[in-house]
Design a protein around this ligand. Sequence first.
Ligand SMILES: *[C@@H]1O[C@H](CO)[C@@H](O)[C@H](O)[C@H]1NC(C)=O
Ligand SMILES: *[C@@H]1O[C@H](CO)[C@@H](O)[C@H](O)[C@H]1NC(C)=O
Ligand SMILES: *[C@@H]1O[C@H](CO)[C@@H](O)[C@H](O)[C@H]1NC(C)=O
Ligand SMILES: *[C@@H]1O[C@H](CO)[C@@H](O)[C@H](O)[C@H]1NC(C)=O
Ligand SMILES: *[C@@H]1O[C@H](CO)[C@@H](O)[C@H](O)[C@H]1NC(C)=O
Ligand SMILES: *[C@@H]1O[C@H](CO)[C@@H](O)[C@H](O)[C@H]1NC(C)=O
Ligand SMILES: *[C@@H]1O[C@H](CO)[C@@H](O)[C@H](O)[C@H]1NC(C)=O
Ligand SMILES: *[C@@H]1O[C@H](CO)[C@@H](O)[C@H](O)[C@H]1NC(C)=O
Ligand SMILES: *[C@@H]1O[C@H](CO)[C@@H](O)[C@H](O)[C@H]1NC(C)=O
Ligand SMILES: *[C@@H]1O[C@H](CO)[C@@H](O)[C@H](O)[C@H]1NC(C)=O
Ligand SMILES: *[C@@H]1O[C@H](CO)[C@@H](O)[C@H](O)[C@H]1NC(C)=O
Ligand SMILES: *[C@@H]1O[C@H](CO)[C@@H](O)[C@H](O)[C@H]1NC(C)=O
Length: 412
Amino acid sequence: MAPRCYQCWFVLLAAVLVLLAAEPGAVGLPAQVSDPTVCIADGINSTAQYRHTVRLGRYFLPIYTTVNLSKPVTVDNILIIQHGAGGEANNFFCDAVAGTSSLNSTAVIAPYFGNETVLQKDWLVGSASNRTSLFWNATRWNQGAASLNAPNISSFDALDALLHLVTRCPNRTCAKQVTVAGFSAGGQTVQRYAWASSYGAANSTRRVQVKFVVSDPGTYLYFDTQRPKSSCRPRQDTGPSWSCSSFGDYMPFASACPAFNDYKLGLNNLNTSSPYFTRLVGSPAAMSAAYLAKNILYVLGEADVCNCLSSGVTNPAVCFRANQSCSPVGNGNNASCCDMPAPQPINAMVDIACGDMLQGSNRLQRGLLFMSYLKTFSNGSASPQFTTVPGMGHDASKLYSVQKFLNFVSSL
Ligand SMILES: *[C@@H]1O[C@H](CO)[C@@H](O)[C@H](O)[C@H]1NC(C)=O
Ligand SMILES: *[C@@H]1O[C@H](CO)[C@@H](O)[C@H](O)[C@H]1NC(C)=O
Ligand SMILES: *[C@@H]1O[C@H](CO)[C@@H](O)[C@H](O)[C@H]1NC(C)=O
Ligand SMILES: *[C@@H]1O[C@H](CO)[C@@H](O)[C@H](O)[C@H]1NC(C)=O
Ligand SMILES: *[C@@H]1O[C@H](CO)[C@@H](O)[C@H](O)[C@H]1NC(C)=O
Ligand SMILES: *[C@@H]1O[C@H](CO)[C@@H](O)[C@H](O)[C@H]1NC(C)=O
Ligand SMILES: *[C@@H]1O[C@H](CO)[C@@H](O)[C@H](O)[C@H]1NC(C)=O
Ligand SMILES: *[C@@H]1O[C@H](CO)[C@@H](O)[C@H](O)[C@H]1NC(C)=O
Ligand SMILES: *[C@@H]1O[C@H](CO)[C@@H](O)[C@H](O)[C@H]1NC(C)=O
Ligand SMILES: *[C@@H]1O[C@H](CO)[C@@H](O)[C@H](O)[C@H]1NC(C)=O
Ligand SMILES: *[C@@H]1O[C@H](CO)[C@@H](O)[C@H](O)[C@H]1NC(C)=O
Ligand SMILES: *[C@@H]1O[C@H](CO)[C@@H](O)[C@H](O)[C@H]1NC(C)=O
């Protein structure tokens, strides 16, 4: 008589479920990019076929792409979408694929800036290579930091390598334009990269135009020591029409906030922050001038107004969710005051160090103050392109409902 084994069925069932849930090649991938369920709503059952690599020395940057980058790209428009602090590259990729499906001749590429390495054989189906990916300390890719395994290679080098690949133009056959877009920590990455990189220069002679979208970053790179005066940054939601004409040099007050102008918030300590900066050819002043002339669209969520961690902040109702609690909770704030709207992971992540708070008290206010700053810094000559989006909280997927964003990606 065969031994009875009731548990065996459960073990077998569990094994089958695990196999069904795992994407081909997903074994060994970090949880951030191996969850197959995040793309189903976008009509994508598996992202395995979209995985590709960008080689940098002995290492590689993992990317998702809808176009075969082993040959020159021939679609008109390329959207590179940079994920946020959660490393959720597959989620960002799938949302972008679904969100741009109505656009003609538009490809989507999403790089993965990981906090742990990925082996090439795990990333690419059918590969046997032990080559490892670049990876970063927490989210320090958002400021061009060096990869932990390749001290010479910054996240900005990785973006340069990706842009080099997609802007090749053999026989004058190539894309017309590339939009490098980022949301949240990805928005921080793109804003700083737009300053640091030579891509997108207004006087560029490259055939393929490069432009940038910065959406809802936690903080911005300022180009001098001016900051909005306190009257410009009340600790509350100041709405979508906020602007500021009162900037001043904060240096005389720096003892209250000594790191306020250190990179990534300002231009102090560039060389010790990234190997990319030690190789710059232009002066910081020339780069700031070049930044002002680049084609950059800022997309700001009108409901991205929560700051649940700082003391003395009055948060509007949109920041409170009755059946949810947030972590971390600080400064006596109500545990249901959340930085991100449901169903996003419950979090309270807006940066709140003193240098961050000098840029404004929440993401919408910081964005609008930076728009004012660009005008002040340029003595009125710059008029940044931006749009505020009604109802958009800290939610990257809302980008694809913004017609101005879709037009920017697909129109020259
Ligand atoms: C995804 O999987 C579902 C269920 O297995 C199937 O009906 C659908 O056709 C698949 N879609 C694609 C794009 O493969
Ligand atoms: C991509 O293009 C290369 C070079 O033409 C080709 O060898 C390869 O099979 C293509 N890959 C896919 C997935 O189509
Ligand atoms: C990487 O980031 C994810 C998402 O934030 C986190 O859950 C994970 O613990 C991190 N891993 C390491 C090694 O820090
Ligand atoms: C796509 O191209 C077709 C044919 O040229 C044109 O009619 C249509 O308006 C285009 N759609 C978009 C979203 O650009
Ligand atoms: C990969 O690493 C393993 C363990 O070190 C080794 O046995 C194997 O030969 C390596 N494979 C390749 C293709 O280098
Ligand atoms: C990671 O970043 C933290 C915070 O900036 C720093 O203290 C730490 O030394 C870094 N670790 C490595 C391995 O670079
Ligand atoms: C970094 O790059 C420089 C210049 O290319 C090179 O001389 C040096 O060996 C590199 N260092 C490392 C650690 O790769
Ligand atoms: C460029 O065109 C020439 C002549 O038609 C052809 O031989 C060559 O393969 C083309 N190169 C690429 C990269 O397409
Ligand atoms: C573009 O302008 C910068 C700064 O003025 C200058 O250094 C660079 O040589 C110019 N490039 C071209 C291709 O004209
Ligand atoms: C940063 O490094 C570059 C190259 O080594 C050097 O030319 C430049 O003077 C340095 N800047 C500062 C502020 O030390
Ligand atoms: C929280 O409440 C809202 C509104 O009642 C509901 O739509 C949502 O599903 C609830 N979320 C959770 C996690 O229970
Ligand atoms: C948190 O704030 C909400 C909305 O103001 C309120 O309804 C709730 O009672 C508060 N909870 C606590 C524990 O203070």
